[in-house]
Write a protein that binds this ligand. Sequence first.
Ligand code: C5P
Length: 313
Amino acid sequence: MKTLTLLSPAKLNLFLKVVKKRPDGYHELVTLFERISLYDTLRFKRRRDGKIKIICPHRDVPTGPKNLVYRAAQLLKSKHRLSCGATIHIMKRIPVAAGLAGGSSNAATALLGLNKLWGLELSREQLIAYGRRLGADIPFFLSGSTWALGTERGDKIKPLALKTKLWHVVVVPQFRLYTKDVFEHFAFLKAQKQLKYKPLSAVRKGKNKGGPAPTNMLTKTSDNVNILIRHLQKNDVVRAGKGLYNDLEDSAFSLSPRLKILKELFGRSNTLGVSLSGSGPSIFGLIRSQKEAESLKRALSRRYRRVFAVTTY
Ligand code: C5P
């Protein structure tokens, strides 16, 4: 195979609960992923000189080792001692660093595309193992499923056979929020709250300090996400809208108070539910129909530049 073109879609997190901080610095999550109809396009061309060349006209996308696509290609090359190379064109539509996992999706698409282009015949499981090493959001895109439950770092994927097709409006504010900062601030806020509300005796004894999450908390988390999944199974969008949840909102809103205003603005429309996606700054609403989504998009476009009406993909 000499050339190949693949779409690289974005995701939303309809539910994101942070369970605990892990010893490796990451956070353990329970999250519900939905693939959406906002996508980049990646074009792969085989090269004989062994080089990896990334071409992307977007000014915020690096073309060297900082790019996850480049790192995915180098990982495959070194693991399988390959002498072939590739030119990879990335046509960006997904906003960069927005909580929509555009970079992770591109890396997953690169693993899938190069597996074909270079005739490696690696299994999905092997690709997922490589993807996990590059970023926590990558395995979801490699799973090939439209819906999935993510646990551990969000990278242990359980595909869900949901048939529902939702409509959303996604607003991506101009400012940036870094995933690492949002998680760190989340941990800071949580520590502050614990100091404030926990009885002094418990603090002195060091109870619950970074240890396993209390079992009742885990049960509640899986209950809540399972309830949301049940509403989606029944295509009950009204109840699903009420079940949207993201633990990182307080942290993101505290780092960027303008985000809270955006969420409130959504709340005043006929949205069924509003949430932050991932670590932000994207905020999305669950909307009843395409028509309503297009109309809300037009209204929000008067105030925000990057507004998208998207559906389950
Ligand atoms: O995996 P990725 O590179 O996208 O994660 C970026 C950063 O976000 C990590 O370095 C970590 O600080 C934070 N993170 C986390 N827990 C997760 C996912 C990401 O703390 N489950």
